[in-house]
Design a protein. Structure first.
Length: 201
């Protein structure tokens, strides 16, 4: 039982599961995407963003022999970083775009989760800084720009609980089942975005 517990602990996603070569290549593209935002004034309409995101999941079902998106392949991590950072900062959502580059890779599920978490931690810090800094500088002293304390206090334990439950679910999966679940969830999210683009929800 002790050996089984140790093996299970070793398979949990930590920093050792992060593919740092993919991370740094992604960040190189993200810097380019952020630089683009300082040069353009274009802000997409919500319905256009929803339409784009609804079409993305189609890509993950295309056979690899026809069209193979894989973040480990040359140039794809950089392109992913550029595209995801630009869309994430402009529109606030880019999850389905990121997922299609991880859905058909040969990485283990722990490597996928750990590497995506590392990239998105930095991406969200960039997004928060990009939008919050001008707001803070322009705000009046008495102007309320932060969420209420009770909301932050509620969010912290919920985030911790979700991380704990997600880790346990991940450890009970196989890599093949994990990829099927990822593709299925991204497809469902794509359908929801399609419905929002059409104004149905």
């Amino acid at each position: 039982h002790k050996m089984s517990f140790r093996n299970r602990k070793a398979r949990q996603p930590f920093a050792t599961d992060i593919l740092w070569d993919v991370f740094w290549r992604y960040m190189l593209g993200a810097v380019g995407g952020l630089g683009l935002l300082f040069l353009v004034a274009w802000r997409p309409d919500k319905s256009d963003v929803y339409l784009i995101l609804s079409l993305i999941p189609i890509v993950i079902w295309i056979p690899r022999s026809w069209f193979h998106l894989d973040i480990r392949r040359p140039g794809q991590a950089e392109f992913t970083g550029f595209l995801v950072q630009a869309m994430n900062t402009l529109a606030g959502v880019a999850g389905p775009i990121l997922d299609v580059f991880f859905a058909n890779t040969d990485m283990t599920r722990q490597q996928v989760v750990a590497t995506k978490s590392a990239t998105q931690t930095i991406s969200h810090i960039i997004k928060i800084s990009f939008w919050s800094a001008p707001l803070i500088l322009a705000a009046d002293v008495d102007h309320q720009i932060w969420p209420p304390i009770w909301l932050l206090a509620l969010a912290i334990p919920i985030a911790m609980l979700a991380t704990y439950l997600g880790k346990n679910v991940l450890e009970r999966m196989q890599d093949s089942n994990f990829r099927i679940w990822v593709k299925s969830l991204v497809t469902v999210i794509g359908l929801i975005y399609a419905a929002r683009a059409a104004g149905w929800i």
